[in-house]
Design a protein around this ligand. Structure first.
Ligand code: G16
Length: 523
């Protein structure tokens, strides 16, 4: 099934899927009369896995109907492939004489080169024209597709153009940071031994001395995502191996295809502090809201989260910041669409995957303020800051590089340390676990994945367990990228969150057909 972010499984069985996604991207291009993207990556999954994500014309994820076609094509027997293609062509009334253009990119996995070759062959066998971008981050490919289809209005469809746009905006933003010391300009970055590390190296010369990055896990000797990267740091709640973490110093981790980022530091007692997607959303939305007030702009803004959002973050956003908060199913494709309903939508998954969307009308209002001779200095300054914020953001999809630049600029402008950022609110202790079951599709959920409809008795069991703890919450959902069921629990203490997560894992194991050994307690 075309899952949370495309197809993902062991790289050895993906050849035919890749070829077929080349075919499908070509049909999608003919249908939309626009360039389509195909990214070969399994992002946060282990090195042995691979996968593929399709990118629609504006740089967003492919639509649900076409996800369905992707699933049909992937599952067709060889002999039925032609029929499956003809079926899509008929249903979508595709003009096969229409030209097709497909951009292809890949991550650093050893399997990615040959798998992307299979995509390219799929494209050319339906007469499509392709451009192979080679090694790029997933968000860079999304960006390039959008630039191409907006005829350069969003930027230049090259990696160099991407660096120039983002870094120029970052440098303009950082000029507003008075008294920023060299120490504050320093950041330690864990590149997950993946594509993000390569691309940060490439970008560095565009940053001048405005951001000094010490790069760890740059792929020169470690294994991709192994005990490092954003997913490891978020789920394990500990620093990655291979990164020297000095007390008080700001650090961040990218994931395997650089579409997620999390920050962290260790305090003087050596305690690890994580600043995840929820803290990032809070920082960015606070900054934007303050600028909107200074600029005198009244626009509707929302923060979009998933069930994984820490209860404290939702409470802070709603009660203290008085911002609208929406909750969707996991997967940025869901968050993106809800964020589009607002003038400004800040969307982040707790795992650090997210971005900011600003409507055309907000962009126009900001431009009017900049151009108007009647705007006072404060309004003009705020409008310029908002404009550069827009330019540093990759609005097509969550982007670790773009998010990092925006976060660094905000901290510098606000003169805020990572500790002060962390202190905005205190996370409720939480735990995430995985349970292996025979068929994860037996779990069906509702209410943005916060409640389980099946198997019978599971939700009642979770409700009863949650009642035993204070400030507790727990849910389970089948992963869309790995063959596991994910379990999330939060409570007033780490011991309670851990115990609850374990008890819920046991309920999943017993009621949903667990395989292997029963989950063991964490302590
Ligand atoms: C992908 C999606 C994310 C999602 C994550 C985990 O991330 O793009 O939106 O949160 O998978 O999904 P699941 O819990 O269904 O496995 P990535 O970074 O791996 O592409």
């Amino acid at each position: 099934q075309y899952g949370t972010a495309g197809f993902r499984t062991n790289a050895k069985v993906l050849d035919h899927i890749m070829f077929r996604m080349g075919l499908l991207a070509t049909l999608r291009s003919k249908k939309t009369k626009a360039t389509i993207g195909v990214m070969v990556t399994a992002s946060h999954n282990p090195e042995e896995d691979n996968g593929v994500k399709l990118v629609d014309p504006m740089g967003e994820m492919v639509t649900p109907t076409w996800e369905g076609y992707a699933t049909q094509l992937a599952n067709a027997e060889d002999d039925d492939l032609l029929m499956a293609l003809k079926d899509i062509i008929a249903k979508e009334e595709i003009n096969m004489s229409q030209e097709a253009h497909v951009f292809v990119g890949r991550d650093t996995r050893s399997s990615s080169a040959s798998l992307s070759q299979a995509v390219l062959e799929g494209v050319s066998s339906l007469g499509g024209l392709n451009k192979d971008y080679g090694l790029v981050t997933t968000p860079q490919l999304h960006y390039m597709v959008c630039c191409q289809n907006t005829r350069g209005k969003y930027g230049e469809a090259t990696v160099e153009g991407y660096y120039k746009k983002l870094c120029q905006a970052f440098i303009k933003l950082i000029k507003n940071a008075s008294n920023c010391t060299d120490d504050q300009k320093h950041l330690s970055l864990d590149g997950a031994n993946g594509i993000g590390a390569l691309k940060v190296r490439e970008m560095e010369s565009h940053l001048g001395k405005e951001l000094q990055i010490s790069l760890y896990n740059d792929g020169s000797n470690g294994k991709l995502n192994y005990q490092c990267g954003a997913d490891f740091v978020k789920v394990q709640q500990k620093p990655p191996t291979g990164l020297e973490i000095k007390p008080g110093e700001r650090c961040c981790s990218f994931d395997g295809d650089a579409d997620r980022i999390v920050y962290y530091y260790s305090d003087s007692e050596g305690k690890f502090h994580l600043l995840d997607g929820d803290k990032i959303a809070t920082l960015i939305s606070t900054f934007i809201k303050e600028l909107l007030t200074q600029a005198g702009l009244n626009v509707n803004m929302a923060v979009v989260q998933t069930a994984y959002a820490n209860g404290s973050s939702t409470r802070y956003l709603e009660e203290t910041m008085k911002v609208t908060v929406k909750c969707t199913k996991t997967g940025v494709k869901h968050l993106h669409h809800v964020a589009q309903e607002f003038d400004i939508g800040v969307y982040f998954e707790a795992n650090g995957h997210g971005t900011v969307l600003l409507s055309k009308s907000v962009e126009d209002k900001i431009q009017q303020l900049i151009d108007s001779p009647n705007s006072d200095d404060e309004k003009k300054r705020a409008a310029l800051l908002l404009q550069n914020t827009i330019n540093v953001v990759n609005q097509t999809v969550g982007d670790a590089i773009s998010d990092m630049l925006l976060i660094e600029a905000i901290l510098a402008i606000k003169g805020m340390t990572v500790q002060q950022w962390d202190a905005i609110y205190t996370d409720l202790p939480n735990r995430q676990l995985k349970v292996k079951v025979a068929d994860r599709r037996v779990i069906d959920t509702t209410d943005a994945e916060r409640r389980a409809l099946s198997p019978a008795g599971l939700q009642d069991a979770i409700d009863a367990l949650v009642k035993k703890y204070s400030l507790a919450r727990s849910f389970v959902r089948p992963s869309g990228t790995e063959d596991v069921v994910r379990v999330y629990a939060e409570a007033d203490t780490q011991e309670s969150a851990d115990a609850l997560a374990h008890e819920v894992s046991l309920a999943v194991y017993r009621l949903a057909g667990g395989v292997g050994d029963e989950p063991k307690p964490l302590h």
